[in-house]
Ligand binder design. Sequence first.
Ligand code: NAD
Length: 474
Amino acid sequence: MRNYTQFYIDGQWTDPVAPARTAEVINPATEEVSGQISLGSSADVDKAVAAARRAFAGYSQTSVKERLDLLETIQAEYERRERELGEAITEEMGAPLSLGCGFHTLLGKGHLGTAIEVLKAFKFEEERGVTLIRKEPIGVCGLITPWNWPMNQTCVKIFPALATGCTMILKPPQLAPYSAQLLAEILHDSGVPAGVFNMIQGKGSEIGTALTTHEDVDMISFTGSEPVGVQIQKDAADTVKRVGLELGGKSAWIVLDDSDLGANVAAATAGMMGNSGQTCSAGSRLLVPSSRMDEVKAAAAEAANGVTVGDPTGNFAMGPVVSKSQYNIIQQYIEKGIEEGAELIAGGPGRPEGLDKGWYVKPTVFVGTNDMVIAREEIFGPVLVIIGYDDLDHAVEIANDSIFGLGGYVSGQDLETCREVSRKMRTGAIWVNGGFDFHAPFGGYKRSGNGREWGDYGFEEYLETKAVIGWNPA
Ligand code: NAD
C-alpha cells in the first residue's frame, strides 16, 4: 500500500493546510485499493504559489550552466529510479510492466535529455539592429496533467520549465498520482532549489481551478480532455494568463493503395491497442481503399485477435483501462457502434474471456462511416474504426472532417504521395511510415489545442519576449 499523503511545497514534504481529506487509489487490474493520497485545497495552492513566486526571483536569474548542471543531476537520479517509476505507472494506470518500465519511462527520460540538448544551444538573446530581443522565463507556471502517459506529460512540461528558469506547481491526475510523487522525490534529491518545483495532489475542480484562477500564476500548461481545456481557458481569462492546451484527438491513419496493405493495417490495428487505446494521438480512424476492404478486414481482425490481454505484471500486450468509469464509457461507445450499424469485426462488448475482474476491454474493431459517433468522438480505449475511401482526395477529406486535429499517419511506398497527403492533413503532427523525433513539435490544430510541446518549441511555451530598443545606438 502506498501512503502518499504529503505534498511537496517550498522544498519540503508537508501536510495539507486544511484537515486531511484523503482519496483511495484503485489498481485497475485488480479493482483493489493500492494506496491513498491527500486531497489538497486552495490554501495549499496559495502556499505553493507564494513559494514559487519567492523562488522565481533567484531561479529566473540563474545561468544556463547552473540549470544544465541541475538537469544533469536530475537525469542521473531519474535513471537510478527508472524501474521504480515504471512499476508505479503499472500500478496506477494498468500499463503492462514492459510498457511502464519501457516506453512510458523512456519518454520522460527522452524529454529530460532533449531539454538538456536544447538548453545547450538555445539563444536567449539576439541583437537585431538597434534592438536586443531577450527571451525571459514567464514566471510561476501551473502544470496540470492527465493519467494516460503520466511521465511523458509531466516531464514534457517540468523540464522545459526548469530549463528556461520558471518556477512551477504540478497538479498530477487523481487517478494516477504515484509516478508524480516519485518524480517529486527525484527532483528533491537532485537539489532543485526550494520553491522552484512544488506538487499538490487533489481534484481538478479544486486544485486545478485554484491554479487557473490564481492572481499570481502567470501561465497554465494543461494536457487533458477538450471540455476541461475549454473550462480552463475561461477560468484563466480574468487574469489574462497564457494557457497552453494539449487536448484530445480522433486521428486518421491513411493507408495508401500502393502499400503492403496487410502489414500496414496490422501495424495500425496493433498500434491502436497499445496503452489500451489511451493515447491522445492514437490513429483511431483507419482509412483504407474501399476496393480492398475484404483484405483489410481480414488483416485487422487477425491483428486485433492477436493482441493478448491480461495482468499487466504478466506477459501480455495489453492491460486494463484506467478505471471503472473509463471502462463504462468505452462499453457505451462499443454498444453505440453496434446500434449505429457499424460492422463489428473483432472484440465487442464486455471483458475478454477468462477475465472477470479488472477493467479489461476487448481489442475492438469496427468498419463504419465517418458520420458515426464512434468515428467522431474520442473514445480513449482500444476501439478502432475502419473507413473506406474512393481516392486520395476522399481520404484527405475524411481525415480532415473532424473537430480535432492532433495526429495523423500515412503509410505507403511512394514517399512523394505520402508527403503530398501529409501537407493536406490539418493536424499538428503527421507520422509518415512511422518514425520518432523528440525534437519535433507536438500539439494540435482545431479543438486538439493551441500549444506546442517537445524540443525547442516546448521552451517557447515558458518564455516571454522582451524587446530592448536602443540597446545598440543608432
Ligand atoms: P481530464 O481533462 O479529465 O483531466 C486532466 C487533468 O485536469 C487532471 O489532472 C484533472 O484533475 C484536471 N482537471 C479536471 N478538471 C479541471 C478543472 N476544471 N480545472 C483544472 N484542472 C482540471 O483528462 P484525463 O481523463 O486525465 O486525460 C485524458 C484526456 O487527455 C484525453 O482527452 C486525451 O486525448 C488528452 N490528452 C491529450 C494529450 C496531448 O498532448 N494533446 C496527451 C495526453 C492526453
